[in-house]
Structures are given as C-alpha cells and as structure tokens.
Design a protein around this ligand. Structure first.
Ligand SMILES: C[S@@+](CC[C@H](N)C(=O)[O-])C[C@H]1O[C@@H](n2cnc3c(N)ncnc32)[C@H](O)[C@@H]1O
Length: 250
C-alpha cells in the first residue's frame, strides 16, 4: 500500500461548506489526525482510525502523520476552515523540513477549505471587497510587539482587516490592547464585525462602529473583521449589509 498525507480544511462548521475534494480524501483515509474538536467532525467508520490530540502539539501530530504515511497509511490531517490559514499545513511542512529525509519523498497534498474570514465576510456582505489583510492576534508563537507593528501599518495602509484568535481565557489582555490601538489610530467609526460560530446554527453577527466596540464582544469562536476607511453600511431591516467598494479614487 502506498501511503500519503493530505492536509485538509473542514470549513467553518457547516457540513455543506466541506469541499467535495476534502470529503473524498476523508472517505479514502485509513487514519485521521487533528485537534480533538476537528477530529470529532469526521464520521467514524470501519477501517478508519481517529487520532484526536490536544491543542499546541502541532509538530508531534505532524510527525505522527508523516510516520504513519511512511508505513503505508492514508492519513488526513484535519484543520478547521482552510489548513493554510493559521493551521496545520504549515506545521506539517515544518515537520517535513526538519524531519526524516525520506519524508520529502512522500505524497503530501494540501487541500483548500473555506476559511472563517471568508465565511464571515459573506454572512454580512462584502467587507473584504477590496485590499485586506489577515492577522492572528495570538502571541503564543510571536512577540506582541510584532502584532502591534502590523496593526499600526495595516491602519496606515488603510487595509480592511480580519483578526483570528482574537481573545482567549489565557490571553484576555491582548484584544483589549489591540482594540485600543485600532480605536486610537484609525480615529473614526468604521464598522467592526464580530462574527461568532459562523455557518453554524448558533451563528451571530454583531456589527458596531469601531468607537463603540468593547473587548468582551470577541472570544476564541469569533473572527473579527474591521472595515477600511471606505467601508460602507447599507441599513435595512435585520442585519445590515456591509461592503468595501472595489475602487479608490485616483
Ligand atoms: C487556529 S485559528 C484556525 C483558522 C482556520 N484554519 C480557518 O481557516 O478558519 C482559530 C480561529 O479561527 C476563527 N474561526 C474558526 N472557525 C470559526 C467560525 N466558525 N466562526 C468564527 N470564527 C472562526 C476564530 O478566530 C478562531 O479563534
């Protein structure tokens, strides 16, 4: 049997947003590796072994997947959303670069998925309709100073922004500082969108002016979108529509 490793994204939560390509890989797999809540999304069946593991063991998990593929197993490493966005694809490649030389010869494929910011953007219109950037607000793997520098430069460049991992129980202060920096530097009331549990039955979309936003509006199940200075709101009954125009005056 020839082994392989596929790193697949399961989308933001709604099963309709799992791509047919990712589902096909899951159907062919002998082994599924990933963080516990993502592995729980995979339907158990005969011939399939599930290997759920805890958070923050990404390199161990990657090495395990590569070892199993070397032994001939068909392994899917699952992430939520897209596996290349703050997720397992980079971890597996890091393990390949620093691991056994023959891991480089394995069949390793990354399958795209629908990332949280795109599902959130679609849920309220098109706030990422022009230039934007995505920033992971967790300082677990990078210095906080770098996050602040990137936030300041993104405001200066007038990007719309998407923030992942905004606030956790172990890092309650980070988002307080990030939000204050954004409110101080953007200096206007552009819309900020708190999109929680996007695409799931308990999805909530909370759109407020930046100067009225408070840190408790975000948690780890929220992706936060901030408009650029040009982002518009179309008021109507129910959730307003938000969009960033495709053009900037020349
Ligand atoms: C470790 S990152 C993984 C991102 C994932 N790879 C993706 O592409 O969406 C986890 C963060 O993604 C965001 N996220 C993931 N799924 C979400 C959802 N259904 N609704 C809102 N935010 C979500 C949250 O900001 C969460 O803290």
């Amino acid at each position: 049997m020839t082994g392989w490793v596929v790193i697949a994204g399961l989308g933001p939560g709604n099963e309709a947003l799992v791509t047919p390509e990712a589902q096909d890989a899951l159907d062919q797999a002998t082994d599924i590796v990933g963080y516990i809540p993502y592995v729980e999304r995979v339907e158990p069946r005969e011939g399939l072994t599930l290997h759920p593991s805890d958070n923050r063991v990404e390199i161990d998990r990657s090495r395990h997947a590569l070892e199993m593929a070397s032994e001939g197993k068909r392994v899917v490493v699952v992430s939520s959303g897209d596996p290349g966005v703050f997720a397992m694809a980079a971890a597996v490649l890091e393990a390949v670069e620093h691991g056994e030389p023959d891991w480089r010869d394995l069949d390793i494929r990354v399958l795209p998925g629908i990332t949280a910011m795109l599902a959130a953007s679609a849920a309220c219109g098109a706030p990422l309709g022009h230039d934007f950037c995505a920033i992971n607000l967790s300082d677990n793997l990078k210095p906080w100073d770098l996050i602040e520098k990137r936030l300041k430069l993104a405001v200066e460049a007038d990007f719309a922004m998407a923030f992942y991992n905004p606030r956790s129980k172990s890092r309650p202060e980070g988002f307080v500082k990030a939000l204050k920096l954004l409110q101080d530097t953007a200096g206007d009331s552009r819309p900020i969108i708190f999109a929680r549990n996007v695409s799931r039955p308990d999805q909530t979309i909370n759109i407020v002016p930046l100067d009225k936003a408070t840190p408790d509006m975000a948690d780890m199940r929220t992706v936060v979108l901030l408009g650029s200075s040009l982002t518009r709101i179309i008021e109507r009954d129910g959730t307003p529509l938000v969009y960033t125009p495709r053009s900037v005056e020349k």
